[in-house]
Write a protein that binds this ligand. Structure first.
Ligand SMILES: [Zn+2]
Length: 294
């Protein structure tokens, strides 16, 4: 029996408020483990609380997502999570809550978790997509995002934890920060080029893929070419639930169990068996997040 790890499933988000436990149990029954990243303090705390309710197979990451850095603004999350895909109805619309990064509060989430359920700092990173028109303002927000990412990299360093990185239209700046910081981690929902991927690999990072690989997004590098260029030993699987549902799942909301569709697609692209993808990516996630699967 295969085992999979969804390294990025937000069961701690509002979309799972009613049935989060059922969703988790469904994944565990499917031999699929879950890492739940937070996006701000409240969802990070929630991730830790949920993870502590399970003996094994469910873990938390804590961090402040770059879209919550800076000013409050309206964000439309499209089904594809990428406006590059063209005009579509927003999947969900919300006001980002601007949050100041409180190092001590996040630190307490890690050290306060007696069961060692916090396995990473994430999701953190750089997002240069939702930007104001003013150039000065744009530069200010970039600086602010970099500054807060640096603090969160410090936090990861303090606890020896890997980072789960969100990166949108900011791959060069992220590479620069990683060159200085020497951290273990994953670039989740990878949308960079194959060349940039090689640079992340050289820095020791893993690359995460999800249902975005089923979409044809003209503004982004072809995911099939990018995946073909990355060795299986450096790929981890994710869903980014509740977003980016694989078409074969046949429903609107994504969930960790559907990570198997991503595994199947990667097997097709790399012309290897599903079992090979499952074995390699599970081992990668186990090593990266120091999970004991025994
Ligand atoms: Zn995410």
């Amino acid at each position: 029996m295969y085992m999979l790890i969804d390294t990025h499933g937000h069961v701690n988000f509002r979309a799972f408020k009613e049935d989060g436990d059922e969703v988790i149990l469904r994944a565990l029954r499917d031999n699929t483990w879950i890492i739940m990243p937070g996006s701000q303090y409240s969802t990070s705390k929630r991730a830790v609380e949920i993870a502590e309710g399970y003996e094994r197979g469910v873990y938390a990451a804590i961090g402040l997502h770059p879209i919550h850095v800076g000013e409050q603004r309206k964000v439309e999350v499209l089904e594809t999570q990428s406006e590059d895909a063209g005009a579509k109805q927003p999947w969900e619309t919300f006001e980002t809550r601007a949050e100041e990064f409180d190092y001590e509060a996040y630190k307490e989430l890690i050290s306060g978790s007696s069961k060692g359920k916090v396995v990473a700092v994430g999701e953190v990173g750089l997002d240069y997509y939702y930007f104001p028109k003013s150039k000065t303002r744009r530069e200010e927000i970039k600086q602010k995002q970099k500054e807060i990412l640096q603090k969160q990299m410090d936090l990861a360093g303090e606890f020896g934890l890997p980072v789960i990185l969100h990166c949108r239209k900011a791959h060069e700046d992220l590479l620069e920060l990683l060159t200085i910081n020497h951290l273990r981690g994953v670039v989740h929902s990878y949308t960079g080029t194959a060349e940039q991927a090689q640079e992340f690999l050289e820095l020791g990072l893993y690359v995460g893929f999800n249902g975005l690989i089923f979409k044809d997004v003209p503004a982004l590098p072809d995911p099939k070419e990018v995946i073909a260029s990355i060795p299986l030993e450096r790929i981890v699987l994710e869903t980014d639930s509740p977003y980016l549902v694989p078409p074969a799942a046949g429903q609107e909301r994504n969930e960790p169990s559907f990570v198997r569709y991503v595994a199947e697609e990667i097997a097709r692209i790399k012309k290897v068996s599903f079992e090979d993808v499952a074995r390699a990516t599970t081992e990668n996630a186990r090593v990266l997040f120091t999970l004991s699967v025994e």
